[in-house]
Ligand binder design. Structure first.
Ligand code: MG
Length: 301
């Protein structure tokens, strides 16, 4: 699939027309630099990145540092109460559940494995719904988890995703496809490839995300990639070029943030990264949040 030509301003309108996405200020078809609505930078983090003795302590730190999102791992059915109590009375909400691939079981040709994988994803979606999470992050397969070709995997996804989309929608959440770089998987490396799946399934319960770390390896143009993904995009992972905290190496977020602004992105941006050796997360995470806020300010459209 060829990347669509990115023409400043007009792509937003083109993508918008394709999905009936309404803009605030212009008639559809007019060229404009205006996004559908004002984008927001909602910073947050995966739970494991934040220091703290309890989940409540971690949530309070995220809030103190200017964040509003908490991303959790897996399918934390047995932690629902703990999570709800931890965010209670704060501005922090559950952004996403980072669920993964379950060893590629959902795309397995072994029908029993596939059924088990689908049931586990449905359970994660139910938990996500109870936590009011915007979605459950799904990777169809990492390397060595599938013998199928990308074309065969496309067909499997087209077979399984409508049912998962129905369940996700009933739970008030979404399946979020995550593109990963080629060192981690041979299948879905770029945002446009996840867009193609979302377009074909065309179900409100099936959406996607972008991860600045993987995008730094796979995308030629962060801004164009996010603009193309705009109508389908519901989560973003933040990490530097070497997968440290944003600001700990030369990775710029300005181009990508410009793309997010162009599409009026309002979902969460969540840290998924390490910290540079010898640096203190207590100091470095608030610094990373300030750095990202400054990069967002510099992303003028
Ligand atoms: Mg990620």
């Amino acid at each position: 699939m060829e990347r669509r030509e990115f023409i400043k301003g007009s792509v937003v309108g083109t993508v918008a027309m394709g999905v009936g996405w309404m803009r605030d200020h212009d008639a559809v078809g007019e060229e404009s630099e205006q996004p559908a609505s004002e984008a927001e930078l909602k910073l947050g983090s995966q739970e494991s990145r934040i220091p703290g003795a309890s989940l409540r302590e971690k949530v309070l730190k995220i809030e103190e540092w200017g964040g509003v999102g908490l991303e959790l791992h897996g399918s934390p059915r047995d932690r629902i109460q703990e999570i709800q109590e931890a965010i209670q009375g704060t501005s922090v909400e559950v952004s996403a559940l980072c669920w993964g691939s379950m060893n590629g079981d959902l795309v397995s040709m072994d029908q029993e494995k596939r059924a088990t994988g689908i049931a586990a994803m449905k359970e994660a979606l139910s938990v996500a719904g109870e936590l009011r999470s915007s979605g459950v992050i799904f990777v169809p397969c990492f390397h060595k988890q599938s013998e199928l070709t990308p074309e065969e995997l496309d067909q499997v996804l087209l077979d399984i995703l409508p049912e998962l989309g129905e369940h996700a929608q009933a739970c008030g959440t979404r399946v979020l496809l995550e593109p990963l770089n080629r060192m981690e998987t041979f299948y879905i490396n770029r945002l446009e490839q996840a867009v193609a799946i979302c377009e074909q399934v065309n179900h409100p319960g099936i959406r996607m995300m972008g991860d600045f770390y993987h995008m730094g390896i796979e995308e030629k143009d962060d801004e164009a990639a996010f603009v193309e993904a705009g109508p389908w995009l519901h989560h973003v992972h933040l990490a530097s070029k070497k997968r440290f905290l944003p600001g700990q190496d030369e990775r710029s977020f300005v181009e990508g943030f410009r793309g997010l602004k162009r599409v009026g992105y309002k979902d969460h941006c969540s840290l998924e990264c390490g910290v540079r050796k010898g640096t203190d997360p207590e100091e470095e995470i608030p610094k990373a949040f300030r750095f990202l806020m400054e990069q967002w300010r510099q992303a003028v459209i």
